[in-house]
Design a protein around this ligand. Sequence first.
Ligand SMILES: O=C(CO)COP(=O)(O)O
Ligand SMILES: [Zn+2]
Length: 212
Amino acid sequence: MTAILSEETKLRDQIVSVGKSIFDRGLTFGSTGNISARLSSGELLMTPTNASLGSLAPERLSRFSAEGVHTGGDKPTKEAFLHQCMYCQQKMSGAVVHLHSTYAVAVSILADIDPDDVLPPLTAYYVMRVGSLPLVPYFPPGDKALADAVAEKAKTSHAVLLANHGPVVAGKTLLDAQYATEELEETAKLFFILRGQPVRPLTGAQREQLRG
Ligand SMILES: O=C(CO)COP(=O)(O)O
Ligand SMILES: [Zn+2]
């Protein structure tokens, strides 16, 4: 019992510190974005709706049973279904991060991107941490249809980009999900810096080497 409590306490504190770090560096703003993390019991902790990631309280995080029932804490994020879909499709995931990070959102609004894989493989770390990034068609935030559309794309990718909205990224741990989301945002920024210039993305063989 003590071990279970301490795992949960540590995870609650980690969600709060990751949220603050993300918010303080302007990677999401206002009350946008949400974070969830999975306990070894299968229960989920999630950020509450309308909460700023910069000032989360560990004891107020929403809690879900392994069966997906809200069992405690404040009213959960309106994207709770979306987070649950990511865990269903990406079985090894221990955490999911969703942000409204500016450059990734900007990419999600462009008319001429490849919906199967939005960003080119510009750097090794992008390939290592993100890999591929399918675009999920637009649905309003919190719409159950958005969660269903995410489930479809998340079958093949742990990172997806919501059209006219922002990224959703699953990771084995909360830090993995955080780092991958940050890598995605920086690559979106590079994409804009380099737009209109001839670029030399990583080749297929270079990508394979990183995956190997
Ligand atoms: O990013 C958001 C919706 O997509 C924020 O919603 P919540 O405040 O309900 O978490
Ligand atoms: Zn959102």
